[in-house]
Write a protein that binds this ligand. Structure first.
Ligand code: GDP
Length: 365
């Protein structure tokens, strides 16, 4: 599955947030097998459409799709030079698909800030610089290697070399690789470099509990938003402390608590949704009387690949899929009604699955 790594300087609220994530995960009955690794938190992806599908199909069981957060502790200044848990930290980041970067936007005299004062943009730059330096090292190594085959006159080698040099220039300006503007072909090539600063980032501004309903008033959040905008990254504002309280609650209690706080959606749910979006993920559904279930796929996946998310046999033996879009099903009120209106389609192996498709696969075993 896809995963999002949680990073940040010490004392910014990472553990508090991560505890909320694992707590929320532990409350979920559907993914009990996911609690083995303490550094991995599995959360259910909130989706209103599941509520409606449950109403329509009345299944025995409902299973939301899941999403993984990985706690990546141990970043200190100098990590790229191998200080502290530096190397381990960088290796762990390499494995995730996206980064949730927690920054401190709350003031609390009692909680030491590693750099002496609250300044989220400085904190962001501290971490980003370590990642940039690590990338610079791998890009330089790669340039050395590619240079040796340049003489061959191979166009591909030349293209790789030129792109590497452009990335190097960006990194030398202390900017992340993701800030480089590239064509589609180059984007594919860039991915192969597996750079840390190429991964999409979501900044998580951690504000104090009494500021959660008045985020506009927080000057630090404003600065984080400005910073994120200029590099094209996203921002989610949360109070880690509040999230850890919310995570203890379930269903109605949670709703009531959110109402008391005057917020519609928990910060964690927002974070999950934004991370999902950031990664270009889609959800499709299977809806039978036994089970209504949401599945995660990558944007652009074709029907057999999407079926493969359920089981590899489904992909291998794929024949075709019966598809009705959630919107059509919701509007007509039943499979049969959708079918009568011609909204239930048969699709083959080249069908590109849409977000919200309700699918039934036919396959050979
Ligand atoms: P980490 O080192 O980044 O994992 O930070 P922790 O999650 O351990 O938090 C450091 C300290 O900040 C702890 O004492 C938390 O209780 C406190 N803290 C975290 N979030 C908030 C917050 O929103 N408001 C306040 N006042 N304290 C917080």
């Amino acid at each position: 599955g896809m995963s999002c790594g949680v990073v940040g300087l010490p004392n910014v609220g990472k553990s508090t947030l991560f505890n909320a994530i694992t707590q929320a995960g532990a409350e979920s009955a559907n993914y009990p097998f996911c609690t083995i690794d303490p550094n991995v938190g599995v959360v259910e992806v909130p989706d209103e459409r599941l509520v409606r599908l449950t109403e329509l199909v009345k299944p025995n069981k409902v299973v939301p799709t899941a999403f993984e957060f990985v706690d990546i502790a141990g970043l200190v200044k100098g990590a790229s030079r191998g200080e502290g848990l530096g190397n381990k930290f960088l290796a762990n980041i390499r494995e995730v698909d996206a980064i949730a970067h927690v920054v401190r936007c709350f003031v609390d005299e009692n909680i030491t800030h590693v750099s002496g004062s609250v300044d989220p943009v400085r904190d962001i730059e501290t971490i980003n610089l370590e990642l940039i330096l690590a990338d610079l090292e791998s890009v330089e190594k790669r340039i050395e290697r590619v240079k040796k085959s340049l003489k061959s006159g191979d166009k591909k080698v030349k293209a790789e070399h030129d792109l590497l040099v452009r990335v190097q220039e960006v990194l030398e300006q202390e900017k992340p690789a993701r800030s480089l503007e590239v064509e589609e072909e180059e984007a594919k090539l860039l991915k192969e470099f597996h750079l840390l600063t190429q991964k999409p980032v979501l900044y998580v501004a951690n504000v104090s509990e009494d500021e959660i309903t008045d985020v506009e008033g927080n000057e630090y959040v404003k600065r984080v938003k400005e910073f994120a905008a200029q590099e094209g990254s996203g921002v989610v504002v949360i109070s880690a402390k509040v999230e850890s309280e919310i995570a203890e609650l379930d269903g109605e209690d949670k709703e009531m608590f959110l109402q008391e706080l005057g917020i519609e959606e928990s910060g964690l749910d927002q974070l999950i949704r934004e991370a999902y979006k950031l990664l270009g993920l889609y959800t499709y559904f299977t809806a039978g009387v036994q089970e209504v279930r949401a599945w995660t796929i990558k944007k652009g996946m074709k029907a057999p690949q999407a079926a493969g998310v359920i089981h590899t046999d489904f992909e291998r033996g794929f024949i075709r899929a019966e598809v009705v879009h959630y919107d059509d099903l919701s509007e007509t009120g039943s499979m049969n009604a959708a079918k009568e209106k011609g909204l239930l389609r048969l699709e083959g192996k080249d069908y590109v699955v849409k977000d919200g498709d309700v699918m039934h696969f036919r396959f050979n075993v």
